[in-house]
Ligand binder design. Structure first.
Ligand code: UD1
Ligand code: UDP
Length: 400
């Protein structure tokens, strides 16, 4: 009897762990596949939190986490460490996700060993190499190395075709974050931070805020903090909740500006179950995160994105996401409009879900099995069938 084919998932940060987990779960149920997991440890607590929630115990852990290490050091340690993993695991294919250092280093290391690379969440583009930095470069590099591109949306597929990626190697799957979101929301849990349970009971309006993007570090991050302080003063009936990223470049800029406001609650990063619950009970969301831009529209929550561009214009086309940049006056004005203009709020909150239907992992698995000669392939995710005009419009909405 033929042995099962071996898939190795390589990831290292919180968002990758959330988005790969549904694929790992699906692959582990497959009768044709064995699926091993190698974590780089680019993140530590924030990664372990997610793996624990999804019941994933890594088979390999490069444990490269070190506070403040350079991107070059991170890349070199991951590539070096993966050689031993490949020797032990001998995978038939590797899957990497998204645009982090772990993803690109995983793709390069696999490619140099002649192992086929599968790229999940392929085809997102801002068309600005410096923003988001270094993610735009990371995902373009991964596209050059992959033999199978799992594109969340038709727009992402269109981006890849524009770069002359062979169309027959692209499969539109939806984003697995929606699978993770829907499944996680089935758990009825309480917050472990009692302040959040009290907020939920109070029935007051909540705005959830996250920020971490490297290109927002420094003065821009201080501006974001000042905007939050102004919002807290001007909207005393609204509760602003910030589950803060562990990066000191974020914490040191944000915390000093917002201490002492009764309606601002700062927490450590929440585990995914608690964070999705917080999103679900929020009135609106203010973020520079990629994943949160995909999740909040699926829950019918208006999202203001604190960036000057996005690789996810589908939410803007759908009308649930607005790019507001990072100037404090713009953030304050736009958030106050969402909170106080009920027509605007209703328009933005109409629950449209351009990113997935909860079946992205299933489609990804079928495409992976086809790549490995184990199935004939399946249907694509086609809830959004853009015509040429839609694609042009979406491309125009990438920049503020
Ligand atoms: C990384 C990804 C980014 C992704 C983000 C998700 C890269 C280049 N960036 O950015 O694409 O959006 O993860 O959150 O891959 N830290 C901790 N504990 C943790 C995690 C981070 O203390 O669990 C601190 C450390 O000081 C670390 C710093 O945050 O040095 C930055 O972490 P790093 O992984 O370099 O970048 P992120 O900003 O998290
Ligand atoms: N998230 C979480 N806990 C938090 C904040 C965010 O679990 O306290 C989840 C969020 O739901 C999303 C992912 O982390 O799925 C996004 O991670 P992040 O913003 O760090 O990275 P990005 O998506 O921008 O790469």
């Amino acid at each position: 009897m033929n042995r099962k084919k071996k898939l190795l998932a390589i990831f290292g940060t919180r968002p990758e762990a959330i988005k790969v987990a549904p694929i790992v779960e699906a692959a582990r149920r497959s009768e044709f596949l064995e699926c091993s997991v190698a974590v780089t440890g680019q993140h530590r607590e924030m990664l372990d939190q997610v793996n624990e929630l999804f019941g994933i115990t890594p088979d390999y852990d490069l444990d490269v986490f070190a506070p403040g290490q350079t991107l070059n050091r991170l890349v070199s340690r991951i590539i070096d460490g993966l050689d031993n993993v490949f020797n032990d695991c001998e995978p038939d294919a590797v899957i990497v996700q998204g645009d982090t250092t772990s993803a690109v280093a995983g793709a390069i290391a696999s490619f140099y060993r002649g192992i086929p690379v599968i790229h999940a969440e392929a085809g997102l583009r801002s068309y600005n190499l410096m923003s988001p930095f270094p993610e735009e470069a990371n995902r373009k590099l991964a596209s050059q190395l992959a033999v199978l591109h799992l594109a969340p949306t038709m727009f992402n597929k269109h981006n890849l075709i524009r770069e002359a990626i062979d169309e027959s190697t692209i499969v539109v799957t939806g984003n697995t974050v929606i699978d993770a979101l829907f499944k996680t929301l089935e758990n009825k849990i309480a917050f472990s931070d009692e302040r959040l349970n009290l907020l939920e009971l109070s029935g007051r309006r909540i705005v959830t805020i996250t920020t971490h993007r490297r290109e927002n570090h420094g003065e821009k991050m201080s501006g974001i903090a000042r905007a939050i302080a102004q919002l807290a003063l001007m909207e005393p009936d609204v509760e602003f909740v910030l589950p803060l990223h562990l990066n000191p470049a974020v914490r040191d800029r944000i915390i000093p500006e917002i201490v002492g406001f009764a309606n601002v609650t700062v927490t450590d990063p929440l585990n995914y179950a608690e964070f999705t619950k917080l999103l679900n009970i929020s009135t609106a969301v203010l973020t520079d995160s990629g994943g949160v831009q995909e999740e909040a529209p699926s829950l019918g929550k208006p999202v203001l994105v604190m960036r000057s561009n996005t690789e996810r214009p589908e939410g803007i086309v759908a009308g649930t996401v607005k790019l507001v940049g990072t100037r404090p006056e713009d953030i304050v004005r736009e958030m106050r409009a969402v909170l106080n203009d009920s027509d605007l709020y209703t328009a933005m909150a109409s629950a449209i879900n351009p990113y997935g239907d909860g079946r992205a992992a299933e489609r990804s698995l079928t495409a992976i099995e086809k790549l490995l000669g184990l199935s004939h392939g399946g249907e694509e995710f086609d809830s959004w069938k853009p015509n040429a005009d839609d694609l042009r419009r979406a491309t125009n909405l990438i920049e503020l």
